[in-house]
Design a protein around this ligand. Structure first.
Ligand code: NIG
Ligand code: FE
Length: 387
């Protein structure tokens, strides 16, 4: 084996480590050895390394952890977005437009499109990302979507229960999802998800419970699209079943908030979706006050949130959801890692993966302070520069 190459990141402006012990460090340096962080501390005490990167007073943060995306699809829905901005409401039924385009695309086309989006994520500082299926809705299409996703990330999620496709009853479709489709997809998935939104054309509590329970029995972890379009049973179901994360959480009762805190379920907020559907944003402050762990993610998909930018989500969370810049950066890194039950990413401490972003700014506060400005100067993943 080749000896691990070490890299010293020197003269860092503000280092956001994500480590609760010393979350922000001024005048720090960091050493990566091979794929891992080996040392973090005052620049004056930094050990020597094979390679030196002079940060020249610029900030370093952990690579973003985007714990909720739908990257494998074909086509776009720009016309639907434009119609919404002219006053049309968002409808879950739009998903079927993307299902038709995705079914018609070859594996090669899907892979190439996903690679383009993954490159977009990496260039913007996202070094860990989840990808869901959900635009196939047949056994073969859901399986091939997950196969494509698996080539890009270990964090793959089976979302056969996205909506009920044309030509089949909801009961028959749930039987398919919990039976043959799950059998075909589970080998390519780490997680199972369901769009629980009974009032808006998606699955009700009993159907969602059946889907998640079957996935859990097959060895998958649970996560839920919950309370996005209105109040509903999704969040409570996520808590009942010990899901890793309840995602969206836009319409919450006090009981929902208390349940998230009690069950230790991460609330993953997806402000790109509220932006692109012109909907009210979730109240992150209320969740934080209750002691809930909050994650931020892009929800990157062609219907409700076609952004791949975690920095954009951070800026929205600060401006529209009551988060401080520090809380938003924490949610976009350590929070995302918690939502994926990962302790090797989202923080920069010895032993963690050397996934980090060098910003063209002295501190991470600039991510929200300078919205829309491309501040990502360098991206390192597993100790190697990737952008
Ligand atoms: O997370 N809520 C369900 N699924 C996606 C929307 C998918 C679509 O509109 O294509 C979401 O917002
Ligand atoms: Fe989603």
């Amino acid at each position: 084996m080749r000896p691990a190459r070490s890299v010293l990141f020197d003269r860092i402006g503000l280092l956001y480590t994500g480590d609760p012990e010393h979350e922000e460090l001024a005048g720090a340096a960091l050493v990566a050895e091979g794929e891992r962080v080996a040392w973090v501390g005052p620049a004056a005490h930094a050990p020597a390394a094979d390679l030196r990167v002079d940060a020249d007073g610029r900030a370093v943060i952990p690579g973003f952890v985007d714990s909720h995306t739908h990257l494998v699809f074909a086509g776009d829905r720009a016309a639907e977005f434009a119609a919404r901005m002219a006053g049309e409401p968002y409808r879950a039924g739009g998903i079927r437009t993307t299902v038709a385009a995705t079914r018609a695309a070859t594996d090669a086309r899907l892979t190439e499109h996903t690679a383009r989006l993954v490159a977009e994520l990496l260039a913007q500082g996202t070094t860990t990302f989840e990808i869901k299926s959900g635009y196939g809705l047949t056994v073969d299409d859901e399986r091939r979507i997950l196969r494509v996703a698996r080539a890009f990330t270990p964090e793959t999620t089976f979302l056969g229960a996205h909506v009920v496709p044309e030509g089949i009853s909801a009961d028959d479709y749930v039987a398919l999802v919990t039976g043959p489709m799950l059998d075909a997809c589970a080998p390519y998935a780490r997680w199972v998800d369901v769009f629980c939104e009974p009032e808006h054309g998606a699955f009700d509590a009993d159907q969602a419970r059946a889907v998640l329970s079957a996935g859990i029995r097959a060895g998958l972890g649970a996560r839920v699209h919950a309370n996005q379009l209105g109040p509903g049973p999704g969040v409570r179901l996520a808590c009942e079943l010990g899901a890793a994360s309840a995602d969206h959480c836009t319409h919450l009762s006090d009981a929902d908030v208390a349940a998230l805190a009690d069950a230790g379920v991460v609330a993953t907020l997806l402000p790109g979706a509220e932006f692109a559907t012109r909907s009210p944003y979730p109240d992150a402050r209320r969740l934080l006050r209750a002691g809930v762990t909050v994650a931020l993610a892009t929800d990157c998909n062609p219907g409700s949130s076609y952004t791949s930018s975690m920095a954009f989500c951070v800026a929205l969370a600060v401006r529209e959801m009551g988060m401080t810049p520090l809380e938003a950066v924490r949610a976009a890194t350590r929070g995302g890692a918690a939502a994926l039950r990962r302790d090797d990413v989202g923080t920069l401490r010895p032993g963690a993966r050397a996934d980090l972003v060098l910003l063209n700014a002295p501190s991470h506060v600039h991510l929200a302070y300078r919205p829309g400005v491309p501040l990502v100067a360098q991206v390192w993943r597993g100790g190697a520069r990737v952008a």
